[in-house]
Design a protein around this ligand. Structure first.
Ligand SMILES: *Cc1c(COP(=O)(O)O)cnc(C)c1O
Length: 456
């Protein structure tokens, strides 16, 4: 089907009929690379969502990025709103990051011993973050969260954790758990290979439901080590929670001697330098970071009070380690990126331009009576093909609406705009998205929405 279309349109990006219909971009080179990749990797990829299973066509193989632009192997250019799933808040190939990384790598790639760069990044973070006193660097968000959970269990001497349906916390065993049936249940594993005994320690409840939290605490009194929640749930749509609900989680955990873990792998350094903790003005016990913290390199971190962190080895009995933890090249990228974020007005500008972008699209969609809402917080946005004005739980998402996203995604690619290849994923605006490009992207979105709703 794709091949036929490709031939019919000759792969030209410029095919443009009066109706605004665009031909499909050429994916010949990407398709070739994907064929090869399928011989090497399960599904042809090293992380599942990259396989384009929920959208049209072959996954695009990326050749390079610069600013807000991406180029694929066929030479197609895109304005990128995926931004490597969030880390690239300054856009691709930022000169300051490139410079700092180059300097670091001239001195060697890894030592497995402390370096001054680790201090530099830690100081930059801790000096400007009133929620944590100490932190530990790891190499991914998954590791950060896995370690935070271990710390919570080690500290409280309890095994059970509460997580919310629709929140993603990486792929460690305890957290690959989805809701079972009923309001308060033990979770069911959401992946083969996760022992049932692990899932039994994870209680999964719906977001935005105080009753469910009360019920869990009364059913498992004295057994719950922690509640973990994404700063703003942004891995299964954008499920923005009320201030009141977040503060409720803070007080109920305190009352029950449990910890509150904020998974800020997306929201950390995104909603503001101090992330969702500052946004909600709430003080979690442990905070995890990832994505932005490494400036595009593999870095994660978890942090807490000095007292809590004293339980981590070698100071305390909770073991956690990493051969490449605090890697100097990765630290350099993080330092360069976070330094830019400290610039005055950085977040105000970024959030404002995101809001204006989203608002213009919403206005257009509403005027045309299109059934789509664009949810937005800070520089994060999410297209929901729904008529619901508020979506706060995983259960609020209409799975059939993903068919709209599928068409939308292809139409956008054909117009030079790259969004994450799944309707459950959010988009990100970076500092590199300037007025001209956002204007172009907006037009592409208008036309693509027209195509999506053409037959409605
Ligand atoms: C991406 C993400 C993770 C996992 O991070 P990886 O670096 O992919 O392991 C964990 N939690 C949240 C909230 C995330 O968005």
């Amino acid at each position: 089907m794709l091949d036929a279309l490709k031939k019919a349109f000759g792969g030209s990006d410029e095919t443009h009929s009066p109706s605004g219909k665009k031909g499909d971009i050429s994916r010949e080179k990407s398709a070739e690379l994907y064929e090869k990749a399928r011989q090497y990797f399960p599904g042809g990829v090293n992380s599942p969502v990259r396989a384009f299973k929920s959208v049209h066509g072959t996954p695009l193989f990326i050749e390079r990025g610069d600013g807000c632009f991406l180029w694929d192997a066929d030479g197609n250019q895109f304005i990128d709103f995926c931004c490597s799933w969030g880390p690239l808040i300054l856009g691709h190939n930022h000169p300051k990051i490139r410079e700092k990384v180059t300097k670091a790598l001239e001195k060697g790639l890894s030592f497995g011993a402390p370096t001054a760069l680790e201090n530099e990044l830690a100081e930059l973070i801790l000096k400007h973050n009133k929620y944590i006193d100490k932190l530990r660097f790891v190499s991914s968000g998954t590791e950060a969260v896995m370690s935070a959970i271990r710390l919570a269990r080690g500290y409280t001497g309890r095994d059970k954790i509460i997580k919310f349906e629709g929140c993603y916390h990486g792929h460690s065993d305890s957290l690959l758990v989805k809701a079972g049936s009923g309001l308060v249940t033990f979770g069911e594993t959401s992946s083969a290979g996760v022992p049932k005994a692990f899932a039994d320690e994870t209680i999964v409840i719906p977001l935005n439901d105080k009753q469910a939290v009360h019920a869990a605490f009364s059913q498992f009194q004295g057994k719950i080590a922690a509640i973990i929640i994404e700063g703003v749930p942004a891995n299964n749509g954008l499920l923005i929670q009320d201030h009141d609900y977040i503060h409720f989680l803070r007080s109920i955990t305190k009352e029950n001697g449990s910890l509150l873990i904020f998974d800020e792998v997306i929201t950390g350094f995104r909603l503001g330098f101090e992330g969702a903790a500052a946004y909600y003005d709430v003080h979690p016990d442990i905070i995890t970071y990832g994505k932005i913290i490494g400036g595009g390199m593999p870095v994660g971190a978890y942090g807490a009070s000095a007292e809590l962190m004293s339980h981590i080895s070698p100071d305390g009995g909770v073991y956690q380690a990493g051969t490449l933890s605090g890697n100097p090249v990765a630290m350099a990228a993080g330092i360069a990126q976070l330094t830019e974020l400290k610039g005055s007005g950085f977040y105000k500008n970024l959030n404002q331009k995101t809001f204006q972008f989203v608002e213009a699209i919403q206005r257009y969609a509403t005027a045309k009576n299109y059934k789509v809402w664009i949810f937005n917080i800070g520089s994060i946005f999410w297209f929901a093909f729904t008529d619901k004005e508020a979506i706060r739980t995983a259960g609020d998402i209409d799975h059939n609406s993903m068919e709209y996203y599928k068409v939308f995604h292809r139409e956008l690619l054909n117009r030079g705009v790259y969004l994450g290849p799944s309707g459950y994923e959010v988009g990100f605006v970076s500092a590199a998205h300037n007025k001209t490009e956002l204007e172009k992207a907006k037009r592409a979105v208008f036309e693509s929405l027209d195509e999506v709703f053409r037959h409605k």
